[in-house]
Design a protein around this ligand. Structure first.
Ligand SMILES: NC(=O)c1ccc[n+]([C@@H]2O[C@H](COP(=O)([O-])OP(=O)(O)OC[C@H]3O[C@@H](n4cnc5c(N)ncnc54)[C@H](OP(=O)(O)O)[C@@H]3O)[C@@H](O)[C@H]2O)c1
Length: 230
């Protein structure tokens, strides 16, 4: 039985592609969004529900609204936002909100465990998080430390720790290289640290979306972080 896919961050660049890919594969999909949105498609298999992904009760309520018969995989593509793509542009998301969401999701999974089977949580992290930082080139290490991307890195590092400490739900931490708007292309997996990923690797958001859906269907990456590029 195909699991239901519960998407957090569905209105974002990669989140929308995750929703599209999940629907294409025939999954029932539920997206938890902050406010009503027209960025997601109208589709018989897509339910859009509103709530704050950092509030455990909102996540719990949304999970309880799913079909109890089907297992659930949660995919999170939340991202820290800035006023522009410039690494020094001002942050527009609260510090550590992604970690707050990871904690809320884990608390909600615990709360619903008697009635909802959450098979796995697949999270979008980034190349540079946790023990992959040392494999970034010197330029990216400098930018990540000294620009406003430091807020993203700090938050992703906290998510990494929070998810690993959870002993109940299997997880996959996907660490993409720099995102592009390119077409879907084959993905190279560079292990947890990203050794051999090259000087300035990149990956299309559409390839990441596909990889995240692939990760729902295999145990190959369970309880691991993996750096991915094209
Ligand atoms: N850019 C890169 O090159 C790159 C490389 C590797 C990994 N990554 C990682 O990939 C992930 C996704 O990136 P993306 O570009 O696809 O994301 P994005 O387009 O910036 O989307 C961000 C998502 O997070 C939500 N969000 C932002 N602030 C929020 C808040 N305070 N509370 C609740 N939700 C909030 C947004 O919801 P609303 O629509 O409601 O605002 C949106 O759904 C990020 O975690 C990023 O660190 C990025």
């Amino acid at each position: 039985m195909l699991p239901q896919i519960f998407v957090i961050g569905a209105t974002g660049r990669t989140g929308q592609l995750v929703v599209d890919e999940a629907l294409k594969r025939g999954h029932p999909v539920t997206a938890l969004v902050r406010k009503p949105t027209s960025t997601l498609p109208q589709h018989d298999n897509l339910t859009i529900t509103t709530g704050d992904p950092c509030r455990a009760l909102d996540v719990e309520t949304a999970l309880r609204s799913l079909k109890p018969s089907n297992p659930v995989v949660i995919i999170s593509t939340l991202g820290q936002t800035r006023t522009s793509g410039n690494p020094w542009a001002a942050a527009t998301s609260p510090p550590r909100f992604m970690d707050a969401s990871a904690r809320a999701v884990l608390a909600a999974c615990q709360a619903v465990r008697d009635s909802v089977t959450v098979q796995k949580i697949v999270l979008m992290s980034l190349f540079g998080a946790g023990d992959s930082f040392a494999q970034l080139n010197f330029l990216m290490r400098f930018i990540m430390r000294h620009s406003n991307m430091a807020q993203t890195l700090e938050d992703q590092n906290l998510v990494d720790q929070t998810i690993r400490k959870n002993g109940n739900v299997p997880f996959v931490l996907v660490r993409p290289a720099m995102l592009t708007n390119g077409e879907v292309a084959p993905v190279k997996v560079h292990g947890t640290q990203g050794k051999g990923a090259g000087f300035m690797p990149s990956v299309s958001a559409s390839s990441v979306a596909r990889f995240m859906l692939d990760a729902t269907a295999t145990k190959d990456f369970d309880n691991k972080a993996v750096v991915v590029s094209n």
